[in-house]
Design a protein around this ligand. Sequence first.
Ligand code: SF4
Ligand code: SF4
Length: 211
Amino acid sequence: MLRDERLEDISDGRRYGINDLVKADAGGCKGCSKCCEIMTDTIILSPIDIYRIEKETNKSFNDMLDVNIELGMVDGLILPHVKTNKNGCNFLSEDKRCTIHGNRPDFCRLFPLGRLYEEDGFSYILQVGQCDKPLTKVKVKKWIDTPELKEHEAYVLLWHKIIRKMGQKALEASEEERKSIVMSLLNEFYMTPFGDFYPEFIERARKYETE
Ligand code: SF4
Ligand code: SF4
C-alpha cells in the first residue's frame, strides 16, 4: 500500500504494466538477505497471503497468531502482518533462506516493486534505494512470479477497495461499530479458511462491496 508519498520521491517515477521490462532483478539475492533481516511490521498480509501461508505451513490463522503473524492497526482496521524476531522475519531460516518461499507474501514477491493504486486500477512501480546490488532488467510478470495473474490482479484491486471503504467507515464509526467492522473483516477473510480462493473471495466480498 502506498499513501501520502510522491511517486518521484519513492520510485523511478515510472508506472509499469505486467509486460514491461523493469530493473528489479537482484539475481536471486545470492548470499544477501538484508531485506528479510531489517523488515519491521511492514509486511501486511492480505487474505491470499494467509491462505498461501496456511497451505505452506499446515497451520491455521489462529495457530500462527502471535507466533508467525501479529495483528496491528492499519488505517482504521486491524490487519495481520508478519512477525519479526531478533533475526528479522520469523520465516527466515538460520541459514538465511525464506522457509515459505513458494508461498511467500505478495509484498515479498513484488519487492523492490510496489503497487500504485489510482482511480480504478493500479500499476507497478520500482521503489528506489531499497537494494544495494546492481539490478538487471526483467519483465514485471516474470519477476512477480504469480500464478493465475489475471484473477490475482482482480482480487488485489477488489481487496484494496474493500479495505479502503471499510477503513473509512471504521474511522467515522462509534467505538462499538468500529469493533464490529474490524471483527467482521477478520472473521470473514482471515479466520474462516478458504477452499477455492478466488471464487470464494468474490462471493464473500459481495456484501462489503455494496455496504
Ligand atoms: S538487499 Fe537486494 S539482494 Fe539483498 S535481499 Fe534485498 S533485494 Fe535481495
Ligand atoms: S516471508 Fe520470506 S521473503 Fe518475506 S521477509 Fe520473510 S523470509 Fe523474507
